[in-house]
Design a binder for this molecule. Structure first.
Ligand SMILES: CC(C)(COP(=O)(O)OP(=O)(O)OC[C@H]1O[C@@H](n2cnc3c(N)ncnc32)[C@H](O)[C@@H]1OP(=O)(O)O)[C@@H](O)C(=O)NCCC(=O)NCCS
Length: 326
């Protein structure tokens, strides 16, 4: 048995933060941001919105599409690095807000690869028959841990949520056929939130220092991203005896247009096969892959059996790829 994506949903908060507005906050320019990243604007959660609120909206839309009542969900896995609280999990909060009592619920932490990691875990429960369905969510409010005085990072990130409902299928032409995830913890230092955890707990001194904000070595991340994404895409395609020419569509973490262009070029996959929305949303971390999947799905891109190549990378470093047969 495999898991099939029976419904998708996404949510982006209403407030738009444009490159022109960032020009007033840090020493940057719209032209620089667009040329280096492809991003024009991003969304920012309202002060009263936390990650579980974004996740809930996306979840409701996905459940609606799948025709699954919230009360009948059996597992909820949320990929996030900006949980409402350190505990309980954001997944537990989503379960509570859905009014569901049946599902077990937990978060996974893999930064921008969070939804692919969450999908990997949830897929195992569904494909093994342990549960009849699962709700997989990627949701992040990275604006809450972004320093809007740091031009290296604040131009990149936005807030959002995406969700997928998994159900089992016996149809060999459909479903999630291969998914592989990888980690290299020796690279933890190139993209991280240094403060606020047990290493550097919250104190007035820590908060004043700004160590609670994301720090990044952009050049290193860029290099690792292109190499790792290419490798893992080749790995999942090879596992199924497919070539890159067999790929109908690409759903990729929207980190940066240059990273995606370089990766697709190496794979010899035309950029037109890859749904892009980073110009509108920037890098929404774990939300990115399911938001992108939902947009492409609602635009009518997919037909049953289409080979969709999925890929993501994030802090950890953590990355992975999947072949999803729609
Ligand atoms: C962040 C990134 C766009 C920067 O582009 P880059 O070409 O590597 O730029 P560099 O970091 O080499 O910086 C080049 C110059 O631009 C400057 N710069 C950095 N951010 C800037 C900004 N927002 N506006 C204007 N100039 C900026 C740098 O200070 C540097 O100036 P210097 O040469 O005087 O020191 C790029 O490294 C990248 O995309 N990295 C991956 C980031 C990512 O996707 N992270 C999330 C992964 S999940």
């Amino acid at each position: 048995m495999r898991s099939l994506v029976a419904g998708t949903g996404s949510y982006a908060p209403a407030k738009v933060l444009t490159n022109a507005e960032l020009e007033k906050m840090v020493d940057t320019s719209d032209a620089w941001i667009q040329e280096r990243t492809g991003i024009k604007e991003r969304r920012i959660a309202a002060p009263e919105q936390a990650t579980s609120d974004l996740a809930l909206e996306a979840a409701r839309r996905a459940l609606d599409m799948a025709g699954l009542a919230a009360a009948d969900v059996e597992a909820i896995v949320v990929g996030t690095v900006t949980p409402d609280h350190m505990f309980p999990s954001t997944a537990a909060l989503v379960q509570g807000k859905l009014g569901n009592k049946k599902a077990f619920a937990f978060d996974v932490s893999a930064a921008c690869a969070g939804s692919l990691y969450a999908l990997t875990v949830a897929d195992r429960f569904v494909a093994s028959g342990a549960v009849k369905n699962a709700l997989v969510i990627g949701a992040d409010a990275l604006s809450r841990i972004t320093n809007y005085q740091d031009r290296n990072t604040c131009i990149l990130f936005g807030d959002g949520a995406g969700a997928m409902v998994l159900k089992p299928t016996d149809d060999p032409r459909r479903g999630l056929s291969t998914i592989r995830i990888h980690t290299d913890g020796s690279l933890a230092h190139i993209l991280l939130q240094p403060g606020g955890g047990s290493r550097d707990p919250i104190t007035p001194e820590m908060a004043a220092s700004g160590r609670q904000y994301v720090t990044m070595n952009g050049r290193e991340v860029y290099k690792v991203a292109v190499r790792s994404l290419e490798d893992s895409c080749r790995e999942v395609l090879a596992a199924e005896g497919l070539g890159t020419g067999d790929v109908k569509y690409v759903i990729a973490h929207q980190a940066n247009k240059r990273i995606l262009d370089a990766t697709l070029e190496r794979l010899e996959i035309p950029a037109s096969k890859c749904w892009m929305n980073l110009e509108k949303y920037g890098n929404t971390s774990a939300a990115s892959v399911p938001m992108t999947l939902d947009e492409a799905n609602r635009a009518g891109w997919f037909q049953p059996g289409d080979v969709i190549l999925m890929m993501a990378i994030g802090g950890g470093m953590a990355w992975g790829a999947a072949v999803l047969r729609w």
